[in-house]
Design a protein around this ligand. Sequence first.
Ligand code: ATP
Ligand code: MG
Length: 410
Amino acid sequence: MSRGSEIIRETLAGPSIFKDEGALSIDYVPISLPHRDEKLKFLAQLFRFTLEKPGSMNQKVLITGNIGTGKTAVCQRFGIDLMKVAKSRKINLKYIHVNCRECRGSLFLVLKKVLGEFVPSFPQRGYSSEELLQMFMDILDKNNAFAILGLDETESLIRTEGSGPLYNLTRVHEGRLDKPMRLSLICILRQPEYLKRLDGSTLGTLQQNIIEMEPYSIEQLVAILENRVTLSFREGTVPDESIRFVAELASTTGDARYAIELLWRSAKHADLEAKRQLEPEHIRKAVSSVYPTIRGDYVKTLTRQERIVLLAIARALESSGSAYVTMGEIEEIYRIVCEELREASRAHTQLWKCVRELSASGIIEAKKSGKGVRGRTTMVGLTTASASAMRKWLEFSFTSHGRNSIDRPF
Ligand SMILES: Nc1ncnc2c1ncn2[C@@H]1O[C@H](COP(=O)(O)OP(=O)(O)OP(=O)(O)O)[C@@H](O)[C@H]1O
Ligand SMILES: [Mg+2]
């Protein structure tokens, strides 16, 4: 037996304080969301027509709030539960949650994903997004179905395509005079400043129903964590004191994602030491390796090449000490990183394309420099994390240890 498999067998034979890690994973949608009942009730009020008089109207809702305040979780939970109730009333209602960042801010890709929910082998090419939207409406008509589209991280769509997509989506019923209204919209937005980029009437429409998610307080984070602890850990392995400590650490930002991630990673430290309980020391150890601003699901969707480019950007920024670096500086370091990783480096245009994609997904910011600064060149900065945290994180992701846990390096 190889040493590697020996280690894996030993690990599995060892004790674990976890009962079910799944309930701590990024994709888990909690059954109950402590301290978000009011928001769920408001959503239910806004969408009660879908159950009482489907087709009589359509709804547009905007959800805003800081990172980790439950925007995505509330929306997904609401969608799942609303579909259940609709089904029991024999109403064909579908909630479709699409992350615009994962669709690279493209309405075409968003709609392709939406249509994929109805027509699994949807043709790849040859249509415009307007045509796709029309096809979507036709499918809804044909099936006498109603849909709520949850557009998560809408800023990505606005950043890449401006006002157009939301304009079209919010007005889709205007040309369908005698037909039922079939499509409603929930836009989720972390950065409200993006609203300024919308045209006046789309903005007005969206602003009629705003749900604001406030950051969580310590007590609220404690309640959220207690809930997850019951689901994920063996009884008696996570003392109240540890839960409170994690909540306190996360309360500066009020970010539930950070709290849950910290809990998960602390527990991994406890398991590593074969302890029967999660102790404050495990949490302290975990703090140094959890970067609140680097989101696992952000990086999960990146290709290897994109991670290499991102690493080059992080290193360039770190060594320059400035907020932005030029494409030239990035390219130089990019070649070195490729050599280190024994990866063939791509040509300038490919590198440029990659930077544009990263910028569309919001991980970096790419902008044209002002005239005379350094000629007219593209300047690149990091928006989601400090350069050193990003560098460490990415370097880890290329190690054999990190490769297998790219979304959650430990
Ligand atoms: N009230 C809650 N109860 C239980 N879990 C919660 C609650 N709020 C958030 N969470 C959990 O915290 C994590 C982050 O929440 P979520 O992804 O909904 O945040 P978000 O507001 O969408 O953040 P971002 O702006 O970064 O996308 C998720 O794992 C989610 O399940
Ligand atoms: Mg979210």
